[in-house]
Design a protein around this ligand. Structure first.
Ligand code: DGJ
Length: 729
């Protein structure tokens, strides 16, 4: 049912997959007009065509027609300086310093399948029947440049992927001042807007509020997508909730600075955009050159936020993540960071890993502190030489010992950084991001390498490859612990300095592409002081992300709930740690900590020597139980049920791929003085199917469990959790 049709009479393009339709048209033979994005429409005959009439203060780009103005049109990719005074999708500056252009529609082509975006992460289609792409050409004959707009509709997911390319076809340089990867207009503004914001230790908080007459902007100029912002925005009808109602969402497949905005126009239209952030982005395009914007994923769901998230989850698991671990089950790991921080050595690692193996853990991860001069965070980054005092027999021998005992070995790097005391910095002081005019600003005592410089990228690839070739590494944690300041590059020429932020990200993507292709058996996990760069761009290279440095089970409920808006649980690194918790000092039960961590990608991050025998036995039971159900939590469909942003009780469930098994998690944060007889209304079951609960004899129908619900036991005490397992019979 995948089709892209051009109706010549109506001058309309109609993209559909049998479930959704996206329709755009050509107006006055020149301008692109947005007509529709939503539930599938079988045939479209212009029923919602715009009304044109003379309105005050409106520019009229077609002289003979005073009723036509770009300021009132639902646009598809709005220009600047032609009378649409809402946010433009692009601004191009010509050699004379002017920023006036007239890009007009000039043709289209339809491509079976989906092309890759050179040097950038993107959604992919392995076969041509999985996607169809419409390419629209806009041309400005004075500027002598073309803009190509790409729209890909997918067979399996209710998604349209969009991005833009600019080609300079003239002799003179042009300068790209602004370039959104998409722009989407809606008639009316009676919507709520959802964004995800946060901070280090407090990532992906959900914000939902009504759209008024102003703009909502979510952005980052930190050099990464950041823990503070998420390159995502959703427009929701007022009555939309987790399970019902219309939602239109956009997510940017990019890991650097961005701007996402929702803007209400004077005639109550709503404009949604995401693209690179013009505060830190600009690009010189010489004659014959092409610039490709990162891609955005537009999702439409008529099944509320759960419907939206399930589309993102399915798409990202199957058509964004790549490599061996796209399908493989993820191992249970033990990470050394919260146990020993920088104070690691061979004896401690062997001791910890051997105990971990006894408990059923499959992978031991040596976090920060293993390399030369790394006893604190003040030094050591950049040289990546083994510390032979801490590891006298070397990492190769450590990995071999662990492998012989049946546990895999993983290691931490922070490849994008350098400490001032390193050999690297002594030899190449010009390899960091800085302006020559000022002393560069430190953050965590470190500088950021200038990844716009290909030599620097090659250095990073070589250093990591040395270790990965010589040591049997099964897993790499790729950390990034500061944001970019002093945007200046000794490698780029004067006129390219504003290109640095984007070139940094392109350099990073090049490094990650090279390493992940060269080491296909390594499981890569990205991290930026937790979820500081937990974005779709990183997931294209690294199929899991450390969701937060905050390992407190109660805080994690919100972080994981918010993260699940976009990203599937299998991508969410989530560990059981010690109590009192290192970040907030809270004491929660081992049971609660496990019940929260197993709802992501389970790991442990604590000093097992500090546990008593009963606790170790409990962990052993947890892991063995988890191994039986991880296929469901890692690959199943995830449903949010009760939100920690609204309630004291939180719940979610996972339905196995074959829809026969359900894992349902229920958490009560604080004890209540009165017992209100709570019932848990399950989701994702088949109404008429029968389910056995927790392996007992009791059998319930799907409709009973979803509509009447399941009574939760009377709970005393804070931080309580319960996990239900249902088997369809
Ligand atoms: C920040 C990460 O988020 C932590 O898990 C840990 O790896 C430290 N960096 C190490 O420096």
């Amino acid at each position: 049912m995948l089709e892209i049709k051009y109706d010549e009479k109506q001058q309309l393009f109609m993209l559909s997959n049998g479930s959704i339709s996206y329709i755009l048209g050509i107006e006055k033979n020149r301008y692109l007009r947005h007509a529709y994005f939503g539930k599938y429409i079988k045939s479209y005959n212009g029923s919602n065509a715009p009304l044109f009439y003379d309105r005050g203060f409106c520019s009229n780009p077609v002289e003979s027609d005073r009723t036509f103005s770009l300021d009132t049109l639902l646009a598809e990719y709005p220009d600047f300086n032609q009378g649409d005074f809402r946010n433009p999708a692009y601004i191009i500056q010509t050699k004379d310093g002017k920023r006036v252009s007239r890009f007009y529609y000039s043709g289209f082509s339809i491509i079976d399948g989906k092309e890759k975006l050179a040097g950038l992460p993107s959604v992919y289609a392995e076969n041509t029947d999985e996607a169809k792409t419409l390419r629209i050409v806009l041309k400005d004959t004075i500027v002598q440049a073309s803009i190509y707009l790409y729209y890909t509709i997918l067979a399996k997911y209710d998604v349209v992927c969009r991005h833009a390319e600019i080609v300079n076809q003239g002799e003179a340089d042009i300068y790209i001042d602004r370039l959104m990867s998409f722009s989407l207009d809606f008639a009316g503004c009676d919507y709520d807007v959802m964004t995800l914001s946060g901070a280090h230790l407090n990532e992906k908080n959900i914000n939902r509020r009504a759209l008024c007459s102003d703009s909502i902007v979510m952005e980052s100029i930190r050099g990464t997508s950041s823990p503070q912002a998420t390159p995502f925005v959703a427009l929701m009808e007022k009555d939309a909730n987790e399970d019902r109602g219309n939602v239109w969402a956009a997510n940017f497949i990019y890991s650097g600075d961005f701007q996402a905005s929702v803007q209400v126009g004077q005639y109550k239209t709503t404009r949604m955009q995401i693209g690179m952030n013009s505060t830190t982005f600009g690009w010189h395009l010489s004659s014959g050159e092409k610039f490709v914007s990162p891609e955005s994923v537009l999702v439409y769901s008529d099944k509320g936020l759960n419907g939206m998230s399930q589309i993102f989850h399915g798409l990202y698991r199957h058509q964004l993540c790549r490599g061996k671990y796209k399908e493989a089950l993820r191992p249970v790991l033990l990470n050394s960071w919260e146990a020993y921080q920088f104070d690691v050595d061979e004896a401690k690692c062997l001791n910890l890993a051997r105990q971990a193996k006894e408990l059923g853990i499959e992978l031991f991860v040596l976090d920060d502190g293993w390399f030369k001069n790394r006893c604190t965070d003040t030094q050591g980054l950049g040289d990546w030489l083994e510390d032979r005092e801490k590891f006298p027999h070397g990492l190769k021998s450590l990995a071999e010992k662990l492998n012989n005992e049946g546990i895999a070995f993983g290691i931490w790097f922070e490849p994008e950084m350098v400490s001032a005391g390193s050999e690297l910095y002594r030899n190449h002081p010009d390899w960091i991001i800085r302006s020559q005019n000022y002393k560069p600003i430190l953050s965590r005592y470190q500088y950021v390498l200038d990844l716009s410089n290909p030599q620097v990228c090659q250095y990073v690839i070589d250093r990591l490859s040395d270790i990965l070739h010589s040591v049997n590494v099964s897993y790499v944690k790729w950390d990034m612990n500061r944001h970019l300041t002093d945007l200046g590059s000794a490698y780029l020429d004067d006129k390219q300095q504003k290109e640095l932020s984007h070139r940094y990200v392109l350099g990073l993507y090049y490094i990650m592409e090279t390493l992940t292709q060269n080491f296909p058996n390594v499981l890569f996990e990205s991290c930026s002081s937790g979820g500081g760069r937990y974005d779709a761009g990183m997931l294209h290279y690294m199929p899991q992300t450390w969701a937060s440095d905050n390992t407190d089970a109660v805080c994690r409920l919100k972080i994981q709930y918010g993260t699940s808006m976009l990203f599937p649980p299998i991508t969410m690194g989530s560990h059981v740690s010690i109590v009192p918790n290192h970040q907030v000092g809270r004491i929660t039960s081992l049971n609660m900590r496990f019940a929260v961590a197993m709802a992501g990608n389970l790991g442990y991050e604590l000093d097992l020597n500090k546990l008593d025998e009963a606790e170790k036995a409990e962990i052993k039971r947890q892991i063995s139980w988890y191994k039986n159900i991880r296929e469901i939590t890692q690959k199943g469909t995830f449903y949010r049920m009760e939100s920690p942003f609204e309630r004291n009780t939180v719940s979610w469930c996972f339905v196995s791929e074959d829809e026969t098994k359900i894992v349902c998690c229920y958490y009560q944060i604080l004890a209540e003085p009165i017992y209100t007889n709570p019932v848990l209304k399950l989701k994702g079951l088949k109404e008429n199917a029968l389910y056995r609960l927790n392996g007992q004899d009791k059998i319930f129908s799907g409709s009973e469990l979803m509509y009447a619900g399941l009574t939760v036991p009377k709970i005393e005490g804070d931080f309580y959790s319960e996990i239900y397992i249902l088997q369809r019979i």
